[in-house]
Ligand binder design. Structure first.
Ligand code: ADP
Ligand code: MG
Length: 463
């Protein structure tokens, strides 16, 4: 058993938390979940890994990140990193690529502050080293979005302003936004804001309650570029919308670049005021659609090459046929195949690949879909998970709950009973009643129709 030693036993945990805030959940689960860190002398941090391959990979790809994380959570300014290979049960079976992560709230990503600091306005989201233009595989589904982002990165404020990228989860919106942010950083853009809409919202609420609006406004309204990820988070938040409206105008009028991403069209964001909808459409609105088969194959081959994995073309084609609408899931498959070859030392045939990714495309589907449906509903209606599962009869939660059941029935193979069980132990007749209710309403209620259409778009199901 390995234990963290050194002055601070929580050191290892803090380093992990810091790292997880700077990379995707998938990368974290694959490479860091069960790696251990400890301080072994004044400025030396020892990283315990399960095998040589891990060591090489972490050294090659993540050494700088590890150093940054260590200095962010400790007083070690320039850590020296040493690796040790530990044949241990607890860390021996790695990497286990995880199931595709559920949608994570942007707020969870942006927690780069060291513990114990005074509350501050959030820093820009740390950039993922992989999210560059070079690493972005271009195909018909994303060509326009890629070209527009590239153009905005080269001539900020003059080509398309604002640039509004939308599409369902896992299709590269954050990737493109970070590619732009990276270029701006490299070009010495000066004060630039790149944060999630959730952080903007939290930041605003904190500023109001601390009487600190002047500083808030200086930070946002005077920026030389404003990049806000997942702007659909403004849904139904009137005061934040009001503030954002003025932020937008200030940046726009100074001809500075605004870049926004969203999971739906401006007009489909629930409760978004008309004046914001029309401002969001002032420049260019571009969709990122799910990649076509050839692009999926190209993405698989590129991601595999990045981790020194050779996937035979027939295997890549097999995987691309099974995973269709989310690039993050393609990455999950590459991680699976990678551990299959490099950790389990097995050949990569179609049959082996089938077994290796079975749970990514098979049984997991229902659970993930229910979670995604639930997440989409929570965001759309600004309600809490407990509201969906409770017995509360207030209209503001009954309708979202009924829509949830309706979408679950439509987009999973779960039975009425199973859906009822999930949503607060209701019996199948209650579920049936809810679904019928929504079906009927959809025939007459155009607002409900557009809400459901937006939800379906979020879920990647098109009509
Ligand atoms: P979104 O913000 O749209 O939910 P992300 O930008 O987080 O999606 O993308 C999910 C993952 O898929 C990221 O790891 C990203 O690098 C990868 N990805 C998405 N599209 C592409 C692409 N066209 N080429 C390479 N990687 C991609
Ligand atoms: Mg994103």
């Amino acid at each position: 058993m390995i234990r963290a030693v050194g002055p601070d036993p929580t050191f290892g945990k803090s380093v992990q938390a810091e790292i997880s805030a700077r990379i995707t959940e998938q990368q974290f689960l694959t490479w860091f979940q069960r790696v251990q860190f400890r301080v072994s002398s004044t400025d030396v941090v020892t990283v315990s890994v399960p095998n040589r391959f891990f060591m090489t990979f972490l050294k090659h790809r993540y050494q700088a990140l590890i150093c940054d994380a260590v200095s962010a959570v400790s007083s070690i300014r320039q850590p020296r990193v040493e690796f040790e290979i530990v044949e241990d049960e607890a860390v021996g079976r790695l990497p286990h690529a995880a199931a595709p992560p559920p949608v994570i709230a942007p707020a969870a990503i942006n927690n780069s502050h060291g513990a114990g600091q005074a509350p501050e306005f959030p820093e820009n989201i740390p950039l993922n080293p992989d999210y560059t233009f070079d690493e972005f595989v271009v195909g018909p589904s994303n060509r326009l979005a890629h070209a527009a982002a590239l153009s905005v990165s080269e001539t900020p404020g003059t080509s398309y302003n604002p640039l509004f990228l939308f599409g369902s989860v896992g299709l590269g919106k954050t990737h493109l936004m970070q590619a732009v942010a990276r270029r701006y950083g490299a070009a010495g853009m000066g004060q630039m804001v790149y944060i999630s809409c959730a952080s903007f919202t939290n930041d605003f609420i904190a500023a109001v309650s601390n009487n600190d609006l002047d500083r808030f406004r200086r930070k946002y309204r005077e920026a030389n570029a404003l990049l806000i990820d997942d702007i659909h988070f403004l849904a139904n938040k009137e005061r934040t919308q009001e503030e954002f409206f003025h932020t937008f105008n200030s940046i726009y009028n100074r001809q500075k670049q605004i870049l926004l991403t969203s999971d739906s069209l401006p007009s489909e964001i629930a409760g978004l005021g008309d004046r914001l909808v029309s401002r969001f459409k002032l420049g260019l609105v571009v969709e990122l659609a799910p990649p076509c088969f050839e692009t999926r194959v190209a993405i698989l081959l590129r991601k595999a090459r990045n981790v020194d994995l050779e996937i035979p073309l027939d295997v890549a084609e097999y995987v691309a046929h099974r995973i269709c609408d989310n690039v993050r899931e393609l990455e999950g498959a590459v991680n699976r195949l990678h551990s299959h070859v490099h950790i389990e030392h097995r050949a990569l045939t179609i049959e082996e690949a089938r077994k290796s990714i079975a749970d990514l495309v098979g049984d997991e589907e229902h659970r993930v879909d229910l979670l995604r449906i639930q997440q989409a509903i929570l965001e759309q209606f600004s309600i809490r998970p407990s509201d969906l599962h409770s017995k509360c009869r207030s209209r503001s939660v009954v309708v979202p709950r009924q829509i949830c059941m309706y979408l679950s029935r439509l987009h999973t193979d779960l039975s009425l009973g199973e859906i009822g069980l999930y949503f607060g132990g209701r019996d199948h007749s209650t579920v049936l009643h809810s679904i019928e209710k929504i079906r009927k309403l959809l025939e007459t209620d155009s607002a409900l129709r557009s809400t459901v259409a937006a939800l379906e778009r979020k879920l990647g199901h098109r009509r």
